[in-house]
Design a protein around this ligand. Structure first.
Ligand code: SAH
Length: 233
């Protein structure tokens, strides 16, 4: 997808986007690819592919949502996907970018400062941060971080009751949902919507899964990461 095709592609999904926002997303892509030459941020280095699989794909997190004035945490944001794309497209959202790699967070905060973008960056492991930041966010998201049942344990504790986790998945998401039944139950949350997409050029399948938190999370979650990995819910 060419960068000048992005605006119409987003409009087709009823995701609002202006020319200025496209320009800022383009700058973000250039800076990401430049920085990628110094340290590894993304495997995708072709610009057209980047527009489709990193920017357009991240923007799909906004599908059927209004994040105006809402708080959202992007867990395992890496080079800022989808978190920075969300902030650029929805500047009124209160966006927190979290990643365990300080270098990635520093890079994102550097870009944000340069562009006068007001985001919070946190260099920490999700399970450690979640333990001290419970029932805090309206929304949370994560892309390409881990399997759904593991993600739920990391993320649901950080959501307010009534808050929504925006899960971003690809082909095979149904199986991940099947493997998450126990996690959903123990963490008092339920799937409220599933939206399926196909990327316009590569025709890869995507699914956005909305998971609503219905009750406060038991304080025993999240467990230590070794236990989460060894004995996933
Ligand atoms: N979301 C980005 C990056 C995916 S790579 C994208 O879609 O491009 C996964 C990222 O998650 C890495 O940057 C890694 O540092 C981070 N990560 C993995 N497990 C984590 C954890 N438990 N807490 C915080 N960050 C984590």
């Amino acid at each position: 997808m060419k960068i000048n095709e992005l605006l119409n592609a987003l409009k087709a999904q009823e995701i609002a986007c202006s020319e200025e926002q496209v320009n800022l997303l383009n700058t973000f892509m250039k800076v990401t690819l430049e920085t990628n030459e110094k340290f590894n941020l993304t495997a995708i280095t072709n610009e057209d592919e980047f527009v489709e699989k990193m920017i357009y794909d991240s923007a799909l997190a906004l599908y059927d949502l209004d994040l105006t004035e809402k708080s959202i945490i992007d867990v395992g944001t890496g080079a800022g996907f989808p978190g920075m794309v969300i902030k650029i497209l929805e500047p009124n959202a209160k966006v927190t970018l979290l990643d365990s790699t300080a270098k990635k967070i520093n890079h994102l905060l550097g870009f944000a400062k340069e562009q006068n973008i007001n985001v919070e960056g946190i260099a920490n492991r999700a399970e450690d941060y979640a333990r001290n930041n419970r029932e805090k966010y309206d929304y949370a998201t994560a892309r390409a971080v881990s399997q759904l049942n593991i993600l739920l344990e990391l993320i649901i504790p950080m959501l307010k009751v009534g808050g929504t986790f925006i899960g971003m998945k690809g082909q095979g998401y149904e199986e991940e949902i099947n493997n998450s039944k126990e996690a959903l139950r123990r963490l008092n949350c339920r799937i409220s919507s599933i939206y399926e997409f196909e990327l316009p050029e590569s025709h890869e399948k995507r699914a956005i899964i909305h998971i609503v938190k219905e009750k406060e999370t038991n304080k025993k979650y999240p467990r230590q990461y070794t236990d989460i990995k060894r004995l996933p819910l």
